[in-house]
Design a protein around this ligand. Sequence first.
Ligand code: ADP
Length: 182
Amino acid sequence: MTQRILFLGPPGAGKGTQAQLLCASRGLLHLSTGDLLRGEVKAGTALGQEAEAVMARGELVSDQLVLAIVRGRLSGHQGGWLLDGFPRNLTQAEALETLLTELAQPIERVVLMELDDDLLLQRLLGRGRADDNEAVIRHRLSVYAEQTAPLIEHYNQQGLLVAVESSGTVEAIAERISAALD
Ligand code: ADP
């Protein structure tokens, strides 16, 4: 069974929800850099203070900072994992590959969750998180298009990508993801 999975897709596609379900059913470690960063902000750590304003603007937190977080969580972890919200640009993807080569734990599958911009916007506006107002959401979508979307081709070239249509119910999407994995 596939044990080392990466979720890719725009904000609002439902990565967090589906990641939780899949990790529960397969016993994987769920690593969401967004959740980890929000945890740091809430705890008021130095790292959180550095990240807070950047996140509120919808920009990406520094590569160095998120890489340190991911490295800390993956090193020493035994078993499978699911990365959600990371990598977010090519620099992060290359650093991740270096780390995973060191750990001898290559990515097995990249799941691209696809959804129309209109639906993304609707879902995000309904969520009410601190960075979910319309101007910031539009900015996050453009950051995704410019910095993260190039990873689609990157992982497609490596033969790792599967695309999953992410409209419909939570259950329907979960079934599509399971079917795409094996
Ligand atoms: P969403 O997918 O809805 O944008 P996330 O929880 O994944 O939400 O991310 C929220 C914010 O956290 C991002 O807008 C960004 O500021 C920061 N962030 C999360 N993951 C990363 C990452 N890998 N690199 C840089 N910044 C990140």
